[in-house]
Design a protein around this ligand. Structure first.
Ligand SMILES: [Zn+2]
Length: 143
């Protein structure tokens, strides 16, 4: 039986009811990631900052692809935003670029593994805040 590192077997059995905790399932395979998205949220006040960031990303990461400015809520997103799509290769520099330059903006970064629900709700990296997503708008697909 697989055990939690550093937790005595008796304490582990008590904590889990004797079951192997789901955290011990096989890890997700990063090879399933076909792209990354960054969703940059804005409101009236932060719109100019969002425009500034969009221009800087375009300058410094020319391979990034930009979605439309969504001025109203769309899909699972709780408010206005635009999307930036990029490859796993570009993620290594683009995610840090967003971290250093978001200037107070809230950004959802998530991988695209073809499972929108898991990608937005479980695999998400949030910068600045965690906003509530509309889970009903996210389709579940099997691995
Ligand atoms: Zn997305």
């Amino acid at each position: 039986m697989i055990m939690c590192a550093g937790i005595p077997p008796a304490a582990h059995a008590q904590a889990t009811g004797g079951n192997i905790h789901p955290m011990f399932d096989d890890p997700e395979n990063v090879g399933t990631i076909t792209a990354w998205h960054a969703h940059v949220y804005f409101d009236q006040e932060s719109r100019a900052t969002a425009a500034w960031l969009r221009e800087r990303v375009a300058e410094h990461h020319p391979a990034a692809r930009f979605g439309h400015w969504h001025e109203v809520k769309v899909g699972p997103h709780p408010g206005p935003m635009y999307q930036i799509a990029f490859t796993s290769g570009d993620a290594a520099l683009l995610i840090p670029f967003l971290a250093l330059n978001r200037r107070g903006l809230t950004i959802l970064v998530h991988p695209d593994t073809g499972r929108p629900r898991a990608d937005h709700l479980e695999h998400a990296l949030w910068m600045g805040a965690v906003l509530p997503l509309d889970a009903a708008a996210l389709v579940e697909r099997p691995k």
